[in-house]
Design a protein around this ligand. Sequence first.
Ligand code: DX5
Ligand code: ZN
Length: 217
Amino acid sequence: MGIQISPSILNSDFSRIGHELERISSADWAHVDVMDNHFVPNLTLGLPVVESILKVSPVPVDCHLMIEDPDRWAPAFAEAGAKSVTFHAEAAAAPIRLARELRKQDARAGLALKPTTAVEPYLELLPEIDMLLIMTVEPGFGGQSFLESMLPKIRRTRQAVKDSGLDVWIQVDGGVSVKTIERCAEAGADVFVAGSAVYGAQDAAASIAELRELAAQ
Ligand code: DX5
Ligand code: ZN
């Protein structure tokens, strides 16, 4: 599939969400962060708002669920039309069953790992998922600094995906910017979430193009 850019709308202006989504129409995805104030210490938006976003988004929606009990809540996001639904390994009771349910709803199934969660115990799930999300900040807030120490984890994940022969995407999320994206790409990531880097720029399209170019090198 190659390099993909998924701008996070977390730091966009929610009073003008339609306009904010139009700003990223040259991206591959719109990354929507769902937080429940339990799994992470922040509260953002839930299914009704995601449904509104789905109606107007010019690009497919990539839902990142930072919530407790994704087994119960995640399938509804796929049913609503999100083309990619990512849940956290730390929160899921039955990740294989959940991933299968998401795929049955025609969504890509993503498995996310917090920075302190090792990837190795989850590698046996590779045939069941479409994407592994390696968090490069502690989930909860936009605008944090990229954790350099995640680069070896990305590298090990890429090697494991390569060895498996499967087409599982590797997404990075947190502190991805023109300063860090090249190192993420070099380590093996191929789907890049960027929140403040894109929405903090005057020209979001130019920022997406620049990120894409740097990642492709
Ligand atoms: C953080 C979220 C991210 C966040 C990224 O928990 O999952 O998607 O919006 O924002 P930046 O790119 O500013 O780190
Ligand atoms: Zn996210």
